[in-house]
Ligand binder design. Structure first.
Ligand SMILES: C[S@@+](CC[C@H](N)C(=O)[O-])C[C@H]1O[C@@H](n2cnc3c(N)ncnc32)[C@H](O)[C@@H]1O
Length: 264
């Protein structure tokens, strides 16, 4: 058999190029690139882009999240594996036929994952970045959901006020001066607005908690991710917003999720 760019030999040229570029999981990445490329030339171009530092998910055009293939595109935040914990918590707490709002939705992965498998739901997603909104439409509209563009609660339709059962909100929460310390894939290829949470990382979150109660249905829940060190201030913001807070942690995924419930 002749050598092919789709060869699975661990010593093949694709693996070698990825490894030389510093990709730690070169074999896995090579497999993904091979499965995404339709021609040897396309594979070659993909390997070049990956070796140049573009996130793998941006190169292949999708990310795996909660068992789904979620479309992503350059300029759009790549959903992280640890955020699957937030979705699992939301799924455990959601009522039947939930009204779901995925605010700061990026690709729309969280809302899409939450409603996949449910028979009845109402799904809305929103983001301030036009590229994210475009991308989220590819993931959310096939599920019958709607995607809105704008600044936080300025984006969703007003008739959602008081009706949201699950408010997913994975806001940017990296303190401004720590953005420069992020891995280059995030720092150089994801929009600053997706990462930078202001001086202490909680600026966007505080705007959300200040308004969330007005959008939640009685018993509705706000869920967001945070860092362990931000937990006390995040809880304070939830309480100031009139919600009852709790914290959930997943050691395996290094994930910390804060939940704020609107008590009846
Ligand atoms: C950390 S990313 C999370 C994206 C997605 N929820 C996920 O977990 O994959 C934060 C997202 O918030 C959006 N964002 C930042 N500020 C916003 C604002 N004021 N209004 C709406 N969206 C905002 C960014 O564009 C970005 O898509």
């Amino acid at each position: 058999m002749s050598a092919s760019p789709f060869s699975t030999s661990p010593a093949d040229a694709v693996v070698a190029r990825l490894r030389a570029a510093g990709c730690v999981f070169a074999e896995d990445e090579a497999r993904m690139l091979r499965s995404a490329a339709r021609t040897p030339a396309e594979l070659d171009a993909m390997v070049d882009r990956r070796a140049g530092g573009l996130p793998l998910e941006h190169v292949v055009g999708w990310a795996e999240f909660c068992g789904l293939r979620v479309a992503v595109a350059p300029g759009v935040f790549v959903p992280r594996r640890r955020t699957e914990f937030l979705v699992r918590r939301a799924a455990a707490l959601a009522p039947p036929r939930p009204v779901v709002l995925d605010l700061c939705c990026g690709s729309g992965a969280l809302g899409a994952a939450l409603v996949t498998g449910l028979d009845e739901y109402e799904l809305h997603a929103a983001d301030i970045e036009p590229e994210s909104v475009r991308c989220a439409r590819r993931n959310v509209e096939p599920l019958g959901g709607r995607v809105h563009e704008g600044d936080l609660f300025g984006a969703p339709p007003a008739d959602l006020r008081g009706r949201v059962d699950v408010l997913l909100c994975n806001v940017p929460y990296v303190p401004s001066e720590e953005v420069a310390l992020l891995p280059p894939e995030a720092r150089d290829h994801e929009p600053r607005a997706a990462l930078d949470g202001g001086a202490d990382g909680l600026a966007v979150l505080r705007r959300v908690t200040a308004e969330a109660s007005g959008w939640l249905a009685p018993g509705g829940r706000l869920l967001f991710e945070t860092s362990e060190r931000q937990v006390p201030d995040a809880l304070d913001a939830v309480v100031r917003g009139g919600l009852t807070p709790e914290v959930a942690r997943c050691e395996d995924l290094y994930a910390t999720v804060v939940i704020g419930t609107k008590i009846f």
